[in-house]
Ligand binder design. Structure first.
Ligand code: AMP
Length: 221
């Protein structure tokens, strides 16, 4: 059983790195932001509670976040473990988390703020199948259309300059102290997130002593 937390500012590639790790090691990727986005899209009661907060790039109330995380982890579908992404984001959430779960490692993706802005503002999402695009690194073959399902690409509601500033401020003020806490208590693997997704994943596997990562298109061996 492997339990990892993945941390880093928005746009640092947490979702991509978590997905690559989960795919090969049969782990469950638990993204708190994705859980909330699902609630918003499905117009649930929780969705109605969090929609405005999310659109403004602010943090959702701790009680609600903790109950959503707890409920998700109570579904025992993570036989081989999980990678939790987007949680904990402040001291209180970290306290709750450390009391409840043992963590093997904290994966920290480090990206300077200027690069965050460049990446986040060019991020797009398929409105049909949810595939991620980035107009700098992963452009669709046909402008504004998903390569897989053909649905229009849209920007996340919170990927705008004002919400980005709010999220960066919260990250530095509230989430960085959590990283300091984890450094004292846990094994933090810090990675330079300015590199390609494949290069980051290769180093991550080495540092966590996991089976080597073979990028798609490369031959194992
Ligand atoms: P993310 O996809 O991780 O950037 O999360 C999107 C949004 O969901 C955030 O801007 C917050 O509004 C909300 N959110 C996600 N995780 C948390 C958390 N741990 N605590 C509070 N709000 C969160």
């Amino acid at each position: 059983m492997r339990k990892y937390v993945i941390m880093g500012v928005q746009g640092s590639g947490k979702g991509t790195q978590a997905a690559l790790l989960c795919r090969d090691l049969d782990l469950v990727h638990l993204s708190v932001g994705d859980l909330f986005r699902w609630h918003v899209e499905q117009h649930t009661k929780i969705g109605a509670q969090v929609r405005r907060t999310m659109a403004a790039g602010e943090l959702v109330d701790d009680d609600l976040v903790e109950s959503v995380v707890q409920q998700r982890l109570q579904i025992q579908d993570w036989n081989f473990g999980f990678v939790i992404d987007g949680f904990p984001r402040n001291d209180r959430q970290a306290g709750f988390f450390l009391e409840t779960y043992d963590i093997d490692s904290v994966i920290l993706l480090v990206l300077p703020d200027e690069e965050v802005a460049r990446r986040v503002l060019s991020r797009r999402l398929c409105s049909g199948c949810g595939l991620d695009y980035n107009l700098m690194f992963h452009r669709p073959a046909v402008a504004d259309r998903c390569d897989v399902c053909g649905a229009p690409l849209v920007a996340r509601e919170d990927d705008n300059p004002d919400a980005l500033q709010a999220r960066l401020r919260d990250y530095h003020e509230k989430t960085e102290p959590v990283i300091t806490l984890f450094r004292r208590k846990e094994f933090v693997v810090e990675l330079d997130a300015t590199r390609s997704a494949d290069d980051i994943q290769i180093e991550l596997r080495e540092r966590l002593h996991l089976p080597a990562y073979v990028p798609s298109g490369a031959t194992p061996g």
